[in-house]
Design a protein around this ligand. Structure first.
Ligand code: GDP
Ligand code: MG
Length: 277
C-alpha cells in the first residue's frame, strides 16, 4: 500500500486533474480518507458511479451536498455510459483557463491529463473504457506491480491514467466495513457473510421496508421481531433448506447479498446524506 501510494504520488505530478470514483450507493464510505490527503489541491471531480443501482433522488441530494462543499460531483453509470458526456465537459471546464492560455501561445490540441483514482470495484476501469468507447483499461488491477504507463485517450481531449484501487488499513468503523462488504468493495472473506446479511437486512428494513418485504415475501411477518428471525423467514420462503428441514442461512445470506449487489431488490442508497437522515 505504501508503495502504491508512492506510485500514485509520482503519477499525480504528471496530471492536470484527478477523477475520483466512489460508489453512489455509499458515497462517503467508499472514499478513501488517506487519498484525500495525498491529492492535496489537485483539481478534482468526484464521480458517483453505479448511479443506476442507487436511489436517483438521494444521489441528487448527495451531489448538491458535494457542490455546496465546492466539489464538482457527477452521477455516472459507466456500464451504460450515462453521465460520461457531462463528466468530460466538467473536466474541460475545470481546465478551460489553462487550455486557453496554452492555445493563446500557439499550442493546438491541448490535452487534459487526468488520473482516475478510487477504492477497488468502484468502476474506474469501466469508466475509462466507457469514456474511450472501447475496452483498453484492464478491469482487474494488481496493486504494487509496476505497470507501463499508458495514456488512454477520449474523443473529448482527455488522456487518462487508470490506477489500482486502494483501501485504507482500518476501513473505518463496523458500519463502514459492512457497507463496503455489502457493495463488494472488500473481499468477502473479511467479514462472515451471515453477519453482513443480518446487518444488511436490518438496514434495508429501516431504509426500504416495502422493497424488502415485496422481494422476500415478508408481508405477513412482524417486522418488530428480531432481525435474525426475519432473515430466517426469508430463507425459508426462498427454500434455502438443508436436509432435515434445517435452514441454510449461509446460502440465503449469499443470495441476498448477490441480489442487492445486482440491484434486484431495487435502486437503494445504503448511506444517506445527513439532510435526509
Ligand atoms: N451497475 C453498474 N456496474 C458497474 C458500473 N461501473 C462498473 N461496474 C461493475 O463493477 C465491477 C468493477 O468494475 P471495475 O471497472 O473493474 O472497477 P475498478 O476496480 O474500480 O477498476 C465490474 O463488474 C463492472 O462491470 C456502473 O456504473 N453500474
Ligand atoms: Mg480497475
Amino acid at each position: 500500500m505504501a508503495k502504491t501510494l508512492r506510485e500514485l504520488k509520482a503519477y499525480l505530478k504528471m496530471v492536470d486533474l484527478v477523477i475520483e470514483t466512489c460508489d453512489a450507493r455509499i458515497p462517503e464510505s467508499s472514499r478513501n480518507p488517506e487519498l484525500q490527503q495525498l491529492l492535496g489541491n489537485k483539481p478534482r471531480i468526484l464521480v458517483l458511479n453505479k448511479a443506476d443501482l442507487a436511489d436517483h433522488a438521494v444521489t441528487g441530494t448527495w451531489i448538491d451536498r458535494y457542490r455546496q462543499q465546492g466539489i464538482t460531483a457527477i452521477a455516472c453509470n459507466s456500464l451504460h455510459k450515462t453521465g460520461l458526456k457531462e463528466l468530460e465537459k466538467a473536466c474541460q471546464d475545470l481546465m478551460r483557463e489553462k487550455t486557453e492560455r496554452l492555445m493563446a501561445k500557439g499550442r493546438i490540441n491541448v490535452p487534459i491529463r487526468g488520473m482516475v483514482v478510487g477504492i477497488p470495484n468502484t468502476g474506474k476501469s469501466t469508466l475509462i473504457n466507457g469514456l474511450c468507447r472501447r475496452k483498453i483499461a484492464k478491469t482487474a488491477d494488481r496493486p504494487g506491480v509496476t505497470r507501463q504507463i499508458s495514456w488512454m485517450k477520449t474523443a473529448g481531449r482527455l488522456e487518462l491514467l487508470d490506477s489500482p484501487g486502494i483501501l485504507w488499513p482500518q476501513l473505518g468503523d463496523r458500519h463502514t466495513k459492512l457497507l463496503l462488504a455489502a457493495t463488494g468493495a472488500i473481499k468477502d472473506e473479511l467479514l462472515p457473510v451471515e453477519d453482513v446479511a443480518v446487518a444488511l437486512m436490518e438496514l434495508l428494513l429501516k431504509l426500504v421496508p416495502d422493497l424488502v418485504c415485496q422481494r422476500y415475501k415478508l408481508e405477513t411477518v412482524d417486522l418488530s421481531a428480531p432481525v435474525v428471525e426475519i432473515l430466517a423467514q426469508a430463507a425459508r420462503t426462498r427454500g434455502c433448506l438443508l436436509p432435515g428441514d434445517k435452514l441454510d442461512i449461509y446460502r440465503f445470506a449469499t443470495l441476498f447479498i448477490d441480489e442487492l449487489r445486482a440491484g434486484k431488490i431495487g435502486r437503494i442508497t445504503l448511506e444517506q446524506p445527513p439532510e435526509i437522515q
